[in-house]
Design a protein around this ligand. Structure first.
Ligand code: ATP
Ligand code: MG
Length: 410
């Protein structure tokens, strides 16, 4: 992509009403645009990052047998009356009516659609276990929308739902999902500060698990056991229960954190109201059990920005960066164009700053956007024998011969 053609331009100042670091940087760099509080447009650079995150999650969900589908955002009132959530979630959801006074909800979550949908296709215990998932925009009336992308009123979520004949099968799948989640945090480079966290489980299991990432931008507080790399959410820590659920150590270290994902055993909470049942091997009717597994992609993206930045801008981990290379020409457009073509021919994702601007402006934009490798083609670099390569995460730079560049980046 040539930067002279890029839809967006960087900004010197962030909007005054945006207080969070993630939104300030993402807006200034042209990754997102704020439509109103809690609602953002993903611009070309931001969408590239979102798609990288989405693909990592997709690969991990497919690896545990998830089948991708896509459910609508607009739901009929009737489904939500069956579970009782039309009333109980009234304060948290956007509702709307059509010209004939039919009522709808803009979906904050999808149990009310996936369960009756599964009922159409699960006819026998032989169809189980089953797991389906989607990447889909949710709508919620969040009261505080001050955390930028971390708390949107419309936001992209991955939600996976699993269906089981018995608890053993649910437990077994739940463990697979835990491993898949760990892989996702590793691949997005937040694993070392992301803790599987015991949280309240609602009425059907003692605990649910949240995945909490330590950052000062977080709205949650967790008690951490460094030894087990586990945590307990403050909301369930009492005087008697401030112990590590695994090793029993007293937990006294707290951190602010953000919940990037969570997993729940809902058991029959949603299958019962919809009477989703099949006959087991003995011919007995069994209500199915479900698990529900969420990740907020927009929140994860914002969390990565909160962790990886400095006073100059963002510092993207390579696996989710919008491009691998930021190629910058300083008055050497012909030489740079050749390198650009070669990078493209070798499938290396590159943003080529071919604009007619001063070096200082190009470098400032490059630091703000935060692409992992900055490659400068200038009179000086060519005289020194090649191009100047600098990692965004490091101060030092080195000269690499043009012929060796592809294998260097390989
Ligand atoms: P929170 O306690 O932060 O409000 P939640 O318990 O309501 O989160 P879930 O309903 O379980 O969250 O949603 C699954 C995932 O979706 C969360 O783990 C989080 O990553 C993400 N998420 C939830 N609410 C938002 C939001 N308002 N903006 C962005 N992501 C969100
Ligand atoms: Mg919430």
């Amino acid at each position: 992509m040539k930067q002279s053609k890029l839809f967006t331009k960087t900004k010197k100042e962030a909007p005054k009403d945006e207080v969070s670091v993630n939104a300030q940087l993402l807006i200034r760099a042209g990754f997102v645009d704020k439509l109103m509080a809690g609602v953002y447009t993903f611009l070309p650079l931001g969408l590239r990052v979102m798609k990288k995150i989405e693909n990592i999650i997709r690969e991990e969900m497919n690896a545990i047998g998830g089948q991708e589908l896509n459910m609508p955002s607009l739901h009929p009132k009737e489904n939500w009356e069956i579970t009782g959530r039309w009333k109980s979630m009234d304060d948290d959801v956007y509702k709307t009516k059509d010209g004939e006074n039919r009522e709808y909800i803009l979906a904050p979550t999808h149990e009310e659609v996936i369960v009756p949908l599964a009922k159409k296709f699960i006819n026998s215990y032989k169809d189980l276990p089953l797991a389906v998932y989607q990447f889909q925009n949710k709508f919620r009336k969040e009261k505080r929308a001050k955390s930028g992308l971390l708390r949107g009123r419309e936001f992209l979520m991955k939600d996976l739902y699993s269906f089981h004949l018995d608890e053993k099968d649910l437990d077994n799948y739940y463990e697979k999902a835990e491993k898949a989640y760990e892989n996702i945090w590793k691949r997005t480079e937040i694993a070392d500060r992301t803790y599987e966290t015991f949280a309240s489980g609602g009425s059907f299991s003692k605990y649910s698990h949240e995945y909490q990432t330590v950052t000062s931008a977080g709205e949650d507080i967790i008690y951490i056991c460094e030894k087990c790399h586990l945590a307990v959410n403050k909301e369930i820590v009492t005087d008697v229960e401030n112990k590590c659920p695994k090793c029993g150590a007293i937990l006294d270290k707290t951190e602010k954190s953000v919940e990037v994902g969570n997993i729940f055993k809902n058991k029959d909470k949603y299958t019962k109201p919809f009477n989703l049942a099949v006959k087991n091997e003995k011919g007995e009717d069994k209500i199915l059990l479900t698990g529900c597994y969420g990740i907020g992609l927009q929140r994860l993206l914002g969390t990565i920005v909160e962790i990886y930045n400095d006073e100059k801008g963002m510092i993207w981990p390579e696996a989710v960066a919008p491009f691998k290379v930021h190629l910058i020409s300083l008055g050497k457009d012909e030489e740079a164009e050749k390198i650009y073509q070669e990078l493209l021919a070798n499938n290396i994702e590159v943003l080529f700053d071919d604009r007619d601007l001063r070096a200082g402006e190009k470098f400032a934009d490059s630091d703000l956007i935060g692409i992992p490798y900055r490659i400068v083609v200038s009179e000086k670099s060519l005289q020194a024998g090649g191009v100047e390569v600098k990692k965004r995460s490091e101060e030092k730079s080195e000269i690499i011969e043009v012929e060796k560049l592809i294998s260097y980046l390989g």
